[in-house]
Write a protein that binds this ligand. Structure first.
Ligand code: GTP
Ligand code: MG
Length: 325
């Protein structure tokens, strides 16, 4: 079955997936409105595929923040299929568009969207620019792991912003996680060192480390990340570590640049894309994978600790194209 058929089946699913499908449906509604309506408009305007139609399609894809180079690649594949399959009717092209977007994303890679956790201690470090949703994502993940019966500890590695300590402490208490932090502007690595020591001793399974928002062009802040990573290795040399880069979906192309810069200085294992509920730029998922080569592992759909979903390509494409299929 091609992806089009698979997505169609998602409409019929009334099983345990339904709630998650609804989240994608609602969370991507802004992106979809912008995107699908425009495609339907050009489909009404042009009955047959011609150059003008294809140029309009290209523009729509670019405006959905899919990323210029991704769109160009996508358009090449779409043109090729029009030729090969001798497609003339614009309505028959819908299926090809959805299909090719899926293929572009997967790109023959094995996409591991799982955050790998072992039964021993696992460390997840959260990095990203200011205000993107790092601390809220920690709360969301804590909630998820606690539901799975895991022992979770948050470490307040943002010692820079006044208020960051209390914000995390409150989330820890709300999600029933334990908390390690020291108030005041001290070296984050020293807090992380002590927090990890405590976690090692008290049988914590998942350590979630908050860090201060940092701009990707501030050298000394990037060096601080290096020091944090060394600290983690020093306390727990064999630890299973993930470093999740948190990106606000509203930032579009700028988010792609953030990912490229962070990737240069630290080993990012996945992206968390937040605030999909408040943006029409949901196409950024495709651009991150294509232009940066890092998979999106989680997506944030709101401000509550329950507003997080593991990234699922089928459901994402469903959310993006509902109305078109
Ligand atoms: N709508 C929406 N808002 C979100 C989401 N994630 C976070 N927020 C909001 O974004 C704001 C910033 O979130 P934080 O988690 O404090 O962001 P941060 O990256 O830790 O910020 P700094 O520590 O200042 O760098 C808060 O008002 C959150 O409630 C989301 O998925 N959707
Ligand atoms: Mg924060």
């Amino acid at each position: 079955m091609n992806i089009f058929g698979k997505i169609k089946n998602l409409f019929k699913k009334e099983d345990e997936d339904k709630k998650e499908i609804q989240k994608y449906d609602e969370g991507l509604s802004k992106t979809r409105k912008n995107f699908v309506e425009k495609i339907l408009n050009i489909n009404n305007k042009y009955e047959k595929i011609n150059e003008e139609y294809l140029e309009s399609l290209e523009e729509i894809l670019i405006n959905a923040d899919i990323g210029v180079s991704t769109v160009l690649k996508l358009m090449d594949s779409i043109r090729k299929r029009i030729k090969e399959e001798k497609i003339e009717d614009v309505n028959l092209l819908k299926e090809v568009i959805v299909d090719e977007i899926f293929i572009t994303y997967v790109n023959n890679d094995i996409i591991d969207t799982n955050v790998n956790t072992s039964n021993n201690i696992n460390v997840i470090l959260f990095v990203g620019v200011n205000g993107v949703g790092k601390t809220t994502t920690i709360a969301k993940l804590a909630h998820k792991f606690i539901l799975e019966g895991k022992k979770v500890k948050m470490i307040a590695g943002d010692t820079f912003r006044a208020g960051a300590y209390l914000q995390l402490k409150e989330w820890a208490s709300k999600t029933k996680s334990s908390f390690y932090g020291v108030e005041g502007q001290i070296d984050p690595s020293s807090v992380i060192f002590d927090g990890l020591k405590e976690a090692e001793q008290d049988g914590t399974q998942i350590v979630l480390i908050d860090t201060a928002g940092r701009l990707q062009n501030k050298d000394y802040l990037m060096k601080e990340l290096d020091k944090i990573n060394k600290t983690i290795k020093k306390v727990l040399p064999d630890v299973n570590q993930e470093t999740l880069l948190v990106i606000d979906a509203n930032t579009g192309q700028n988010g792609i640049n953030q990912a490229k810069e962070f990737k240069k200085v630290t080993n990012i294992t996945g992206v968390v894309l937040t605030k999909l509920d408040s943006t029409a730029k949901g196409g950024i998922v495709l651009a991150i994978k294509e232009e940066v080569g890092i998979p999106v592992k989680y997506i944030g759909f709101g401000e509550k600790d329950t507003d997080l979903e593991i990234f699922d390509l089928d459901k994402y494409i469903y959310g993006l194209f509902k109305g078109l299929i």
